[in-house]
Design a protein around this ligand. Structure first.
Ligand SMILES: [Zn+2]
Length: 463
């Protein structure tokens, strides 16, 4: 199957080009002007992208499909979550496999392979969450790097569940210094947070809003600095996930100014929502995630961080729980609200609307933070750009098309939207996943099981 995309404007991270793109099979075969005259006759179909952009399929490096949390599971399966991602212009996800305490990494990884294989509609990779750093687990990390799972997430939060102490984190970092892997950190001081949260609930403040105020941004800054310094001594790079607070950004910037290999992502919820959204009684449970939404003035700093490359990536931390039946488990105690927000479908459009349309980011920087940098950071050289020989993961994007975000029209399997009623400008018109059209306007043409496991390389940012 050969597809010609003609008359579009190709937006890559490093260049904007008016050119046609010829897709042959799963790959981009040719880029040039007037390909219609040259090879148009041999194409099986032609997409006229006049007035539209041709961008690399976006990559969301932080999702949690079917994640078990607090006695329930994130609602999206690999099928529903990846279909929603595709409608939003995302053609690759990297999800987090989870090691249970006392078990091998292998057990967790196998379980996630079983969830995704035959179900995912777009390509996917895995990071490995480590809950239990032991000698045998450290040895297993080397094996996983060789198997294309070279990134490992540890936590300074969630005592008793995911929290690793500083010694455990340090040992894992030493291991990646040797094997070329990358440690990703959820950096909040979970021990102090649990003290504050307990005192807050005991004082009768049980609404979801208090989830937000119990988790001080200073405790994110503290943990961020701590893990950066542990990595410095271990001689390893470190990547901070879902950075939400000015205090944490300041630590990443300071480390990068010192020349340390410290990296970070933020997420749309920290750019577009704020602590105020957590008010309004139990309705605030819709916005409970960790780190929590911050006072609105933090977002200005995060946008600046994206502009200046102190933040390299925008991911979603997509982890959807229904308001009815799931979030409601926390009525009367904010500590029992499942942590997580839906967002895998909205990231590309939100970042376009709030970044490019407002002039905060160039179109090229937009493509960089949603696709090109994620590909380089997470070892996917075949993705992240519209280039000859690369995977034909392509989005024909209409930067002028407007729509209103709503749970009544989104494709995520969750009963509410954090962005309900928000009007955004820009939308994916046609989405190709390895050469196959999976989304055409509002029509779904993809198929469950078409997504392939991506054996990833080590980070190109570190070479
Ligand atoms: Zn997460």
């Amino acid at each position: 199957m050969r597809t010609l995309i003609k008359n579009g404007t190709i937006i890559n991270a490093d260049a904007t080009t008016r050119a046609d793109v010829l897709v042959d099979g799963e790959k981009i075969a040719l880029i040039g002007t007037d390909l219609a005259a040259e090879v148009g006759a041999t194409a099986d179909r032609t997409i006229d992208a006049t007035g539209r952009w041709v961008i690399p399929g976006a990559i969301d490096v932080h999702t949690h499909m079917e994640l078990p949390f607090g006695g329930t599971f994130a609602k999206d399966t690999f099928e529903t979550g990846t279909r929603a991602a595709a409608f939003g212009g995302t053609t690759t996800i990297i999800d987090f496999a989870v090691q249970s305490r006392g078990k091998a990494l292998r057990d967790g990884l196998d379980a996630w392979h079983a969830k995704a294989a035959g179900n995912a509609c777009i390509d996917y990779g895995f990071h490995m969450i480590i809950s239990d750093v032991r000698d045998d687990v450290l040895a297993e990390m080397d094996t996983l790097v060789d198997e294309g799972v070279p990134t490992f997430k540890l936590f300074t939060a969630y005592p008793g569940v995911f929290l690793s102490d500083d010694g455990a984190i340090f040992r894992a970092m030493q291991q990646t210094a040797r094997n070329g892997g990358l440690i990703m950190m959820h950096a909040e001081n979970g021990l102090a947070i649990d003290v504050v949260a307990g005192q807050t609930a005991a004082a009768g403040n049980t609404d979801p809003y208090y989830h937000g105020v119990s988790r001080s941004p200073v405790l994110e800054g503290e943990a961020t600095n701590r893990v950066i310094r542990l990595a410095e001594v271990a001689g390893a790079p470190v990547y901070i996930v879902h950075l939400s607070a000015r205090e944490a950004l300041n630590e990443v910037r300071r480390a990068r100014d010192e020349g340390l290999p410290a990296f970070a992502e933020t997420c749309p919820q920290y750019l577009f929502l704020s602590l105020e959204d957590m008010g309004n009684g139990f309705n605030g449970a819709k916005f409970v995630c960790s780190p929590p939404l911050r006072p609105a003035d933090h977002a200005d700093d995060l946008w600046l961080g994206l502009l200046k490359d102190d933040l390299q990536v925008v991911s979603t931390d997509h982890c959807p729980f229904d308001f009815h039946g799931q979030k409601e488990m926390g009525i009367g105690d904010f500590r029992k609200v499942p942590n997580g927000l839906p967002g895998v479908e909205d990231r590309v459009n939100l970042m376009h609307s709030g970044g490019v349309v407002t002039g905060r980011l160039t179109p090229n920087r937009w493509v960089e933070v949603i696709s090109a940098a994620p590909a380089r950071m997470f070892g996917l050289p075949q993705k992240g750009a519209v280039g000859v020989g690369l995977d034909a993961d392509i989005v024909v994007y209409d930067p002028t098309r407007r729509h209103t975000i709503s749970a009544s029209t989104h494709h995520m399997n969750v009963d509410y939207s954090c962005y309900e009623g928000m009007e955004v400008t820009g939308r994916a018109d046609v989405v190709l996943s390895r050469g196959k059209i999976v989304v055409d306007g509002d029509e779904w043409l993809g198929a469950r099981g078409d997504g392939r496991f991506l054996k990833r390389q080590t980070s190109a940012f570190l070479k």
